[in-house]
Design a protein around this ligand. Structure first.
Ligand SMILES: N[C@@H](CCC[C@H](N)C(=O)O)C(=O)O
Length: 270
C-alpha cells in the first residue's frame, strides 16, 4: 500500500486511528487485516478502533471499526473525536450543531471549547440476563444505544478482575456479542465504570457504554417516569481515562459530553 494520511485522537483515552478518505478512493476496501495492523499497539499506530472519514453527499459519515476489524453500529467517543477532527480541519462550521452519519443513523454534534456533545438518540431498555467472569456471575441490564450493552452494578470495580477475556453472556440475548459495563456508585448521580468492549477488549472509556450505564442507573434510582425522566437528568460517569457527563432528557434523548482531542497526524503504509 502506498503512503496514506492518518490522524490519532482520543476521547477520555478511548483512542482511535482516523483515516481521511473523503471520496472513498483510498480505503474503500478497508480490510479487517488493515484495521488490526493500524490498531496494533506494538507494530502499528495503536488504537481501540478506526474511524474512516467519508463524505456522503452533503454529510460526513463515520465508518467505525473495532480494533479486531469488526464493525459496530455506533461509537460515542469515536463520533466526538470525529467531530473534533472535522472542526479542526475546517470541514464543518463548528460554531453551530452539525450532523454526522453513522450505521446507527444521523447524530447531531455540538463543539463547545474542549467539550464535544453527541446527541446519541433514544435508548432502548430491554431485559436482564446474567454475565460472568470466572466464578463470578452478576445480573446485567440490557441497554441498546444502537449497539448492545450489558450493565451490571458491582460492589467494587476490582470484582471483574483483569478482564483479559470477554465476559460470558447469553448468546440468545446478544447474538452479535455485547459490551459489558461494571459499575459502582460514587455519590449522588455520580458513578464509575469499567468496560469490556466487544471487538476491542477492556478500554479506558466507552461513550455508548457510559450512556447505557447512566440509563441503567437512572432506572435503578427511580428517576424515570414512563419512558424517560420527568426533567432533564445528568450523571457524572467516571471511566479509567477521565470523566463523561451523560444527560437523559425529558424528550427521551441521551446526550454524551466530554473532551475529545487529536494528538498526532502523519502518513503510514500499513
Ligand atoms: N468505544 C465505543 C464503542 C465502540 C463499539 C463497541 N466496541 C461495539 O462493538 O459495539 C464508544 O465510545 O461508544
Amino acid at each position: 500500500m502506498p503512503d496514506y494520511p492518518f490522524l490519532k485522537g482520543h476521547g477520555t483515552e478511548n483512542d482511535f486511528v482516523l483515516l481521511p478518505d473523503h471520496d472513498g478512493s483510498v480505503h474503500g476496501d478497508l480490510s479487517p487485516e488493515r484495521v488490526r495492523a493500524l490498531c496494533d499497539r506494538r507494530a502499528g499506530i495503536g488504537g481501540d478502533g478506526v474511524l474512516r472519514v467519508v463524505r456522503e453527499g452533503e454529510q460526513w459519515f463515520m465508518d467505525y471499526r473495532n480494533s479486531d476489524g469488526s464493525l459496530s453500529e455506533m461509537c460515542g467517543n469515536g463520533i466526538r473525536v470525529f467531530a473534533r477532527h472535522l472542526v479542526d480541519e475546517g470541514l464543518v462550521d463548528g460554531s453551530q450543531p452539525f450532523a454526522v452519519g453513522t450505521r446507527d443513523g444521523v447524530k447531531v454534534l455540538r463543539v463547545d471549547g474542549e467539550l464535544v456533545t453527541a446527541d446519541m438518540g433514544t435508548p432502548r431498555v430491554l431485559g436482564e440476563s446474567p454475565v460472568s467472569v470466572g466464578p463470578s456471575t452478576w445480573t446485567a441490564r440490557h441497554v441498546d444505544m444502537g449497539n448492545p450493552h450489558a450493565v451490571t452494578f458491582v460492589s467494587s470495580l476490582d470484582d471483574a478482575g483483569p478482564l483479559l477475556e470477554a465476559p460470558v453472556h447469553d448468546a440468545a440475548v446478544y447474538p452479535h456479542g455485547v459490551n459489558v459495563e461494571f459499575v459502582v456508585d460514587r455519590g449522588e448521580r455520580h458513578v464509575a465504570m469499567r468496560v469490556h468492549e466487544r471487538g476491542s477488549g477492556e478500554t479506558r472509556s466507552c461513550g455508548t457504554g457510559a450512556c447505557a450505564v447512566m440509563v441503567a442507573a437512572a432506572l435503578r434510582d427511580g428517576l424515570v417516569a414512563g419512558d424517560a425522566p420527568a426533567g432533564d437528568t445528568s450523571y457524572r460517569v467516571d471511566v479509567p481515562g477521565g470523566t463523561l457527563t451523560v444527560t437523559w432528557t425529558a424528550a427521551n434523548r441521551v446526550l454524551l459530553t466530554g473532551p475529545a482531542v487529536i494528538v498526532a497526524r502523519g502518513v503510514t503504509d500499513l
